[in-house]
Ligand binder design. Structure first.
Ligand code: IVH
Length: 701
């Protein structure tokens, strides 16, 4: 989209604007340049994945634009980078008509299906060999966009294919969708484009972790998360979801009279190129043009092998006749175009029988129903039990014991029940009865207004105590190795361990008499327990298992204090002034530190020697790597990857996920691959060995 010369010019404009912003000298005359520069950097970041400035620099430019526009509202343009941010809530999404119906695709599942389809295509076109364009079948929510006179004027959901919902306000939140694009240069007055909105796997995983910490059922898969996000009433919330979009189809074009229409619109691959050059993320790199169906089959098989390595979900490939003239000749049915077909990858679904439902008590007392199903093999794993999350999910899916159920397991997503097949019921199925009393301590269950989970509110409930212990020692919390769930249960049953401080008073003599505990494993356990006394404060906070406090919130809290006891002093308002802490989370933290039993427990814990102070903050080492970005690649020999990453964060550095000019340090372990190669080509990235990294950290501490 940008030539080398163009990039240099925009970079030098960026520098001079940053200089001016630093001196607070930008003014209304800088508006066009500020917008142009910000759009350029958004494109580098969201489309190219190769930013040229830091987030901080971007924010400075953005804030400057915002300020000038606030002073001179009449100069605000519809495609200004500030105009993505929605105002207020959407009451309803108006129904709109698609310019061209959004058809489905015909599906194929094996090579024979593809060979058949190719034969029909050859018959319809009269050719002996056809050129195809193959691209991934993105597993998200489909959208249609309209640009008129270069401006985004409408974004809609697919709906029933003929009519969809106008979700323009939410579409504007997606940073990889440009608010304006220079279609007029290609002779286009109006264009309708189709594509797919996605949430990448990493973002989805983090989002679900937060939902679990908030006691909400996780969303089933990234597809549901994407389509749900598109229909949210608050555009600001949409912006936070980290949505991405691939645009893969031009469905309608109105030409500018008297102007020549671009040749790129002669083929499908050309149209992808046109979209890419106009600033969209289209699957240019992800697609391939081949001749003949055998090459198609080979490419589809190769791509399927990479499925799990992609950052987003795909559920197959789409094969399209590349030449638009041929596409027109082949036409369409009422359901799908004849010039395209989807090749679906092997299903990650299976059917099974729901045998029983068990009710488990979590560490904050939430009761989770878990379905026990007949073993079913899906995507390389045998699934025998599936969480049903809460009572509402059971009702919503109309589940009964004895039902035949459809189970899905996508990538690293936890397995879930898609639906029951009510049509196969015999009349012998039994309803699932939710207990009224805790299955472990028998105390009465409660369900607070507005919440979906029933809870056992007895803090001494044995199930909760054990779950709290398991959480405390777990890998992401205090990371006490060699402890494990089974040992905790065993120690608890034998009364060798009753509460968290007890972990630091274990009677190793007694443990050594138990079966399976040799001197070696005892020594290891002792050492792990001892080491954990110096674990970082954010991990300790997370390990305490405060309701709604996940890893991210624990980090926020740890970064704001010098000692764990500081949390006892915060008011709800003070807690709410911290990043991303709302009233629910603040209330829970406050309540935790006002509970006498908990304070007593914490005093005992501190007395065992567990470090409560934020060492790094206290001795002011925290910010020595401020503003520096790090990435680790290959196998580290001396450090655990997660520990090394934590060291960076403790010193105020930032971790990034990819090699780009935004990366300052690439730390290279053994067998480093493509990241190292890429970094070598960017001369601003410094490459460190593991030893050099350790040296650097110890110099900075
Ligand atoms: S082309 C007229 N290309 O799959 C043909 N569709 O199962 C328009 N999809 O509704 C569709 N990736 O939402 C096309 N590369 C791709 C796609 C794709 C995903 C979706 C699309 C469509 C559905 C049909």
């Amino acid at each position: 989209m940008h030539t080398k010369h163009h990039i240099q010019e925009l970079q030098s404009q960026t520098e001079s604007l940053l200089h001016k912003v630093g001196k607070q000298k930008t003014d209304v005359a800088d508006l066009p340049q500020l917008r142009q520069v910000l759009r350029f950097h958004e494109h580098r970041y969201y489309i190219m994945n190769d930013p040229l400035i830091t987030d901080f620099e971007y924010d400075q430019l953005y804030k400057s634009l915002e300020k000038i526009e606030a002073d001179f509202p009449k100069y605000v343009t519809a495609d200004s980078p500030t105009q993505r941010v929605g105002k207020g809530l959407t009451k309803e999404f108006p129904t709109v008509q698609h310019l061209v119906p959004m058809l489905s695709l015909e599906n194929s599942y094996d090579e024979d299906d593809l060979v058949d389809w190719d034969r029909k295509a050859k018959e319809l076109t009269g050719l002996t060999e056809i050129e195809y364009c193959i691209e991934p079948k993105f597993d998200g929510a489909s959208i249609s966009l309209i640009y008129e006179d270069d401006f985004l004027t409408r974004g809609a959901t697919r709906g029933d294919g003929v009519q969809g919902d106008d979700i323009t306000v939410n579409i504007r939140q997606i940073r990889s969708i440009p608010l304006s694009a220079k279609f007029s240069e290609s002779g286009i007055q109006q264009i309708e484009i189709r594509g797919e909105v996605l949430i990448n796997k990493q973002t989805f995983k983090k989002y679900n972790e937060q939902r679990l910490a908030d006691n909400l059922p996780p969303l089933a898969n990234p597809r549901n998360a994407a389509s749900g996000s598109l229909r949210m009433v608050d555009p600001k919330e949409v912006a936070k979801r980290g949505l991405e979009a691939f645009l893969y189809h031009v469905s309608d074009v109105t030409e500018i009279p008297g102007k020549k229409l671009t040749k790129l619109l002669d083929t499908h691959s050309g149209s992808l190129q046109l979209l890419w050059e106009a600033g969209f993320r289209s699957p240019v790199k992800e697609s391939m043009v081949v001749k003949g169906i055998q090459s198609v089959i080979a490419h589809c098989r190769d791509y399927e092998k990479m499925r799990d390595e992609l950052p987003y979900e795909i559920d197959g490939m789409v094969i399209k006749v590349n030449d638009f003239e041929l596409q027109d000749k082949m036409g369409m049915t009422t359901h799908h175009p004849r010039w395209a077909i989807a090749f679906k990858f092997k299903a990650r679904q299976g059917t099974s029988k729901l045998k029983d439902v068990e009710f488990q008590v979590g560490r904050v007392g939430s009761i989770t129903p878990v379905a026990k199903i007949e073993p079913v093999y899906i995507g390389g794993v045998t699934v025998t039990s599936v969480s049903l999350f809460n009572e509402d999910v059971i009702k919503e899916k109309d589940l009964m014991i004895g039902d035949t159920v459809l189970v899905e397991r996508a990538g690293d997503v936890i397995p879930y029940i898609v639906r029951s097949q009510a049509e196969l019921r015999t009349g012998k199925e039994k309803p699932i009865r939710f207990p009224t009393h805790c299955p472990v301590c028998k105390s009465e269950l409660h369900k607070p207004e507005g919440e979906s989970a029933w809870r056992c509110i007895n803090p001494n409930c044995e199930a909760q105590v054990v779950e709290r212990l398991i959480h405390f020692v777990s890998k992401d919390a205090m990371d006490i190795r060699n402890f494990g769930e089974a040992n905790i249960r065993k120690f608890y049953e034998m009364k060798l361990l009753e509460n968290i401080p007890g972990i630091y008073h274990l009677d190793f003599e007694k443990i050594s008499t138990l079966e399976g505990f040799g001197q070696k494993s005892i020594d290891k356990l002792k050492e792990a327990v001892e080491t954990s006394k110096h674990q970082t404060l954010n991990r300790l906070i997370y390990a305490l298992g405060i309701r709604y406090v996940g890893e991210t919130t624990a980090k926020t809290l740890a970064n704001s204090i010098k000692n764990l006891w500081d949390l006892e002093k915060f008011t709800v308002e003070e807690l709410m002034s911290m990043e991303d802490i709302g009233p629910k989370v603040a209330g829970s933290i406050y309540e935790f530190f006002q509970t006498k039993e908990i304070i007593d427990m914490l005093k005992k814990l501190e007395a065992t020697g567990v470090e409560f102070s934020n060492k790094k903050r206290a001795d002011n080492a925290a910010d020595t790597l401020h503003g520096q970005t790090f990435l680790f690649t290959g196998t580290l020999n001396k450090l655990k990857r997660s520990d090394a990453e934590e060291m960076v964060e403790l010193h105020g550095g930032k971790l990034v996920t990819g090699v780009s000019s935004k990366l300052n340090y690439l730390v290279v372990g053994e067998d480093a691959g493509s990241k190292l190669e890429k970094a070598k080509k960017i001369n601003t990235v410094r490459i460190l060995s593991e030893d050099e990294f350790i040296q650097m950290i110890s110099d900075k501490s």
